[in-house]
Design a protein around this ligand. Structure first.
Ligand SMILES: [Zn+2]
Length: 135
């Protein structure tokens, strides 16, 4: 941390980086409002990457801005990130499906059977992604 931060009131660092709420001070009204550290050691959370991916905001551990987000924002970020991943995966599978169909063109296989099978696969894949991201 840089020395410039010495004049900044500590409240500043308890503000949610994403919505500026201050759950620590508002705790009397909202008991389950908590803050989550952006740069937690738990690598799976990957909050900085999620913020960058979903919100195009670069968060650095030495940028002298609040290093916490509130639980509400954290949940929204997870939902948004999950949705983005699902949509991305759907896009890939749709392209794969289309390519598969194009490859089948001109072959003697019955075209009605193959699309049904692949669409089933597509749907189950998207569902799996959604489920995984909600955990
Ligand atoms: Zn927030």
């Amino acid at each position: 941390m840089c020395s410039i931060t010495s004049n900044v009131p500590s409240k500043f660092y308890n503000l949610c980086r994403l919505c500026l709420s201050c759950p620590v001070l508002e705790d009397n009204q909202c008991k389950d409002a908590k803050l989550e550290r952006i740069f937690d050691d738990v690598e799976e959370r990957n909050i900085p990457r999620k913020i960058m991916t979903c919100l195009s905001i670069m968060v650095k551990d030495d940028d002298q801005l609040p290093q916490v987000i509130c639980i509400r924002c954290s949940e929204q970020l997870d939902v948004l990130y999950g949705f983005k991943e699902t949509a991305k995966k759907a896009e890939i599978l749709l392209h794969q499906f289309l390519m598969c169909m194009k490859e089948l063109e001109g072959t003697t296989q019955k075209k009605q059977q193959i699309p049904k099978l692949n669409l089933k696969l597509l749907k189950s894949n998207v569902r799996t992604t959604r489920k995984k991201n909600l955990q």
